[in-house]
Design a protein around this ligand. Structure first.
Ligand SMILES: Cc1cc2nc3c(=O)[nH]c(=O)nc-3n(C[C@H](O)[C@H](O)[C@H](O)COP(=O)(O)OP(=O)(O)OC[C@H]3O[C@@H](n4cnc5c(N)ncnc54)[C@H](O)[C@@H]3O)c2cc1C
Length: 207
C-alpha cells in the first residue's frame, strides 16, 4: 500500500496528492540523525522526481493546517482517457471568503501534470485575494495560471492543449470551492441549534 510520505518523496508531478496538499498549505517534517526541519510543501519539489530532501532525510509527518472559517476547496483531475489514468491536467483550489461569502480573503491554487514539479499559481492567487467575487474573476485567475505552467506534449495531449485546460480547470476548481463554501454555510444555517435539538428526557422513562 502506498503512503503519503512515499508519494511525496517520489515527486512525480502527475500525482494527485501534491496539488491538493499544496493548496491546503501542508508542511512536511523531514528528519535525519542531525535533527528535523519543517518544509512547506510548495518549496519541497525541486525538479522532475526530485525534492529538497537531503540523502539522509526521511519524511516523518505531513502537517495539514485546519482551514480558516468560511473556507472550502476542490481538486479536479482532467481524465480524457481512462478513469484510473494519471491526470492530463489537475487543479486544486482553496478559497477563504469573508463572512458575507461575497469577498475573497485568500486563495491558494496548485496544479499537477503541467511542469517538472507540482506548481503553485501564486500570480493567479494574487489576482483574487481581497477581491469581490465577480462572474469573470475565476476565468481571469485561470488565464493567469496558464502563465505559470510549462507542460510537455505527450500521449495525454499537446503542450498547448494542456495549457488551455489549465485555464478551464482552475476556473472550475475555484467555482467548485466557492460552491462548497456556500453549500456548507447553507447546511450549517439549516442545522437545528443544540438547544432546539435537545429534547427533555423525563425521569424514569426508558430511552
Ligand atoms: C499502477 C500504479 C498506479 C498509480 N496511480 C496513481 C494515481 O492515479 N494517482 C497518484 O497520485 N499516484 C498513482 N500512483 C503512484 C503512487 O501513488 C506512488 O507510486 C506511491 O504513492 C508511492 O508511495 P509508496 O509509499 O509506495 O512509496 P515507495 O514506492 O515505497 O517509495 C517511493 C520513493 O520514496 C522514498 N520514500 C518512501 N517513503 C519515504 C519517506 N517517508 N521519506 C523519504 N523518502 C521516502 C523511497 O525510498 C522511494 O525512493 C500509481 C502507482 C502505480 C504503481
Amino acid at each position: 500500500m502506498a503512503t503519503v510520505g512515499g508519494g511525496l518523496a517520489h515527486a512525480d508531478p502527475n500525482q494527485d496528492p501534491p496539488p491538493t496538499l499544496i493548496a491546503l498549505g501542508a508542511t512536511v517534517k523531514a528528519a535525519s540523525a542531525e535533527g528535523s526541519r519543517d518544509i512547506p510543501l510548495d518549496a519541497f519539489f525541486s525538479d522532475y522526481y526530485e525534492t529538497v530532501l537531503k540523502p539522509d532525510e526521511i519524511i516523518t509527518s505531513v502537517f495539514v493546517p485546519k482551514l480558516a472559517a468560511n473556507s472550502g476547496g476542490a481538486y479536479l483531475k482532467f481524465l480524457p482517457r481512462t478513469a484510473d489514468d494519471y491526470a492530463t491536467v489537475s487543479a486544486a483550489a482553496v478559497l477563504t471568503m469573508d463572512k458575507t461569502k461575497k469577498n475573497i480573503v485568500d486563495a491558494r491554487i496548485a496544479l499537477g501534470s503541467v511542469g517538472t514539479t507540482p506548481i503553485r499559481a501564486t500570480a493567479a492567487e494574487a489576482l483574487l485575494r481581497g477581491q469581490p467575487v465577480k462572474a469573470e474573476a475565476f476565468a481571469e485567475a485561470g488565464e493567469k495560471a496558464k502563465e505559470a505552467v510549462d507542460p510537455v506534449s505527450d500521449f495525454r495531449g499537446s503542450a498547448s492543449y494542456k495549457k488551455e485546460m489549465v485555464g478551464v480547470f482552475v476556473r472550475r476548481a475555484l467555482e467548485k470551492a466557492l460552491a462548497n463554501i456556500r453549500q456548507q454555510a447553507k447546511a450549517t444555517a439549516a442545522k437545528p441549534t443544540k438547544k432546539a435539538a435537545k429534547k427533555p428526557i423525563k425521569k424514569g422513562k426508558k430511552r
